[in-house]
Each structure stands twice: as structure tokens, then as C-alpha cells.
Design a protein around this ligand. Structure first.
Ligand SMILES: NC(=O)CCC(=O)C(=O)O
Length: 305
């Protein structure tokens, strides 16, 4: 079947398409926590099987992990990268487009290394139920970390940072972030202001920060903004240079964990009910209680000119 993906970067104001599901409130989401190897074809097969399984379980929205077609390592990103504008050179996008179209579902395609005019990006592609590329999100906050004796990683050595938030309208209004993007509450607050129902963060937290922070930041983004947060990680593989934490999770609008996984390969299915967002906001109207008048950060020079 011919792929239906387009190359236009549709981020904020995508027009509704005929496949948009109107006023959907309840549906199933799947988080495909995939095992990632250095064999790209095998990674694609695994993802394809997990998507099919999710569809059989009734999922309408499917989330894949950060860097699922490629090991999470600076040595691999360029080798595994695909040029999204060249259909023949992008087997991963073709597979995602066909899967979305065949099954009539929305796929938040995790993230992949993307080549564009000599630059590499860590990019999430979102396909609608018609198989078209609705948007792509390039990771905005690159992950640079150096904890001596524990972990040292510098995404900015290989990737260029994206510079746009990404919202798509399919099964509700969805905001996208990639892994380290979750640490920045400003991005989630912006999505909240723009009416997002769920923020999906494909991610690959590590063993040093994962235990303490992975769940904490997901619940914080959800509870601060009274919306759903979904994360999807690769499963743990201790043989590579970077060991991922795993634990793909869905959090509800009051900060409650609806479902979570361990670190092994698995497909997590859960039901989302968007009416819980309104319930939560009605019983605790944080937006009305906000005091924007006193939050302005005042530069010390304004106080002491
Ligand atoms: N891939 C990433 O962005 C990892 C982010 C992470 O582990 C963190 O602590 O932040």
C-alpha cells in the first residue's frame, strides 16, 4: 500500500481532517514499551507487532518510545537517521503511516533520528487515522548531563534542538514533548493554556535520574495542569552504553497513576476518560485561583536600578 504521509510540518494549527473523531471523551490508549536492538528491521517488526496487538485490544491512540528504531547512543543516531522528505529513504515513517491508516488509529511515533539539510534532530512524528503525518515535534530541550562517576551524555553534540511546541487534534487535543522536555513545566503550562487534554512524552530516562524523578515529573506535569500525561520508554537493556529506566505510565488529571509498567518489554493498555479533566477542574478550579498578577519574575535590576 502506498504511504500517505506528507512532509509539511504541521504543528500548531492543523485543520481538522475527516478522520478526526469528534468530541471523543473515552478511548483506549496503548503504550508500547519496546525492546530496542541494533537491528533496525527487527525494531520495526517489534513495533509493528506491538501496534497490531494494541489495536486488537481496542486502542485508538498508540504511543511509542523515544529512539525505538535505533539504540540510544551518540554513535548510532546519524547511522540510523532517516530523511523524512524522502519516502524511499524512510522505512520507519512508511511503516508508521501504513499502520495508522490500515488500523484507523493515531500513532504518536515515539522519536527517531531525523536528517534535515545536514542537521540531525530527535523527532516525534504523529500520524492520524488517515495515515497522514499530522505533525512532527523536534525535541526542544536536549539532554545534556554530567554526573561524575554515574552518567555523562550530551545530546547537543549530535542533535540540533527543535524550536516549536507541537499540538495535534485527533483523539482530543494532544501536546507533545520528548523525554527531557518533561522537566520544563513551562512547556506543559503552555499546552494547558492551549486546551490540551493529554501530553504524550516518548522518553528514555536513565538509571541515575529515573528512580527519583521519572514518576515525579509525570505526576507533577499532570497535577499542575489538570490533564492526562502519558509516557512511553524503551524497555531496559543493560548491554548498551545507556541503560533506560523503563516504566511507561499513564497519569490522570489529579496526579493519580492510572497504569504503569515495569522495565521489561510490554504493551500497556488503559482507558482514558477526558470527562475526568472537567470534573477535576470543577472541583478544584486552579485556573480561576491563579494569581498571575503576583507571579511576574522581577529582575533584580528593576528593584535596584
Ligand atoms: N533522553 C532523555 O532526554 C533523558 C532525560 C533524563 O534522563 C533526565 O533525567 O532528564
Amino acid at each position: 500500500m502506498a504511504s500517505l504521509w506528507t512532509t509539511r510540518n504541521l504543528t500548531m494549527a492543523d485543520a481538522p481532517n475527516p478522520f478526526q473523531i469528534p468530541n471523543i471523551t473515552k478511548f483506549k490508549i496503548a503504550l508500547c514499551q519496546l525492546s530496542v536492538t541494533s537491528d533496525k528491521n527487527q525494531n520495526l517488526d517489534r513495533a509493528s507487532r506491538s501496534i497490531r496487538f494494541s489495536v486488537e485490544q481496542g486502542a485508538k491512540l498508540i504511543v511509542l518510545p523515544e529512539m525505538w528504531n535505533c539504540p540510544y547512543s551518540s554513535d548510532y543516531f546519524a547511522k540510523y537517521a532517516e530523511d523524512f522528505d524522502n519516502r524511499d529513504a524512510s522505512p520507519t515513517l512508511s511503516m508508521l503511516s501504513e499502520a495508522a491508516c490500515c488500523h484507523g488509529i493515531t500513532i504518536i511515533g515515539g522519536s527517531l533520528p531525523e536528517w534535515d539539510h545536514g542537521r540531525l534532530y530527535n523527532t516525534c512524528c504523529i500520524f492520524g487515522p488517515d495515515g497522514k503525518l499530522k505533525a512532527k515535534h523536534r525535541k526542544i530541550h536536549l539532554f545534556d548531563i554530567d554526573i561524575p562517576g554515574e552518567i555523562s551524555f550530551k545530546e547537543s553534540d549530535t542533535f540540533t534542538a527543535g524550536d516549536q511546541p507541537t499540538i495535534v487534534d485527533t483523539v482530543g487535543r494532544i501536546g507533545i514533548g520528548i523525554c527531557h522536555d518533561i522537566r520544563f513545566p513551562e512547556l506543559a503550562a503552555l499546552y494547558r493554556k492551549r486546551g490540551v487534554d493529554i501530553i504524550c512524552y516518548p522518553g528514555a530516562f536513565n538509571m541515575s535520574t529515573g528512580e527519583l524523578l521519572w514518576e515525579l515529573v509525570q505526576r507533577a506535569r499532570a497535577v499542575d495542569n489538570q490533564l492526562f500525561v502519558a509516557t512511553c520508554s524503551p524497555s531496559r537493556n543493560s548491554t548498551g552504553s545507556y541503560t533506560t529506566w523503563g516504566h511507561s505510565t499513564l497519569v490522570g488529571p489529579s496526579g493519580e497513576i492510572i497504569v504503569t509498567s515495569g522495565h521489561e518489554e510490554t504493551t500497556v493498555i488503559a482507558e482514558i476518560d477526558y470527562s475526568n479533566i472537567q470534573l477535576q477542574r470543577k472541583s478544584l478550579p486552579l485556573d480561576d485561583q491563579k494569581r498571575e498578577d503576583i507571579y511576574k519574575v522581577i529582575d533584580v535590576h528593576e528593584l535596584n536600578p
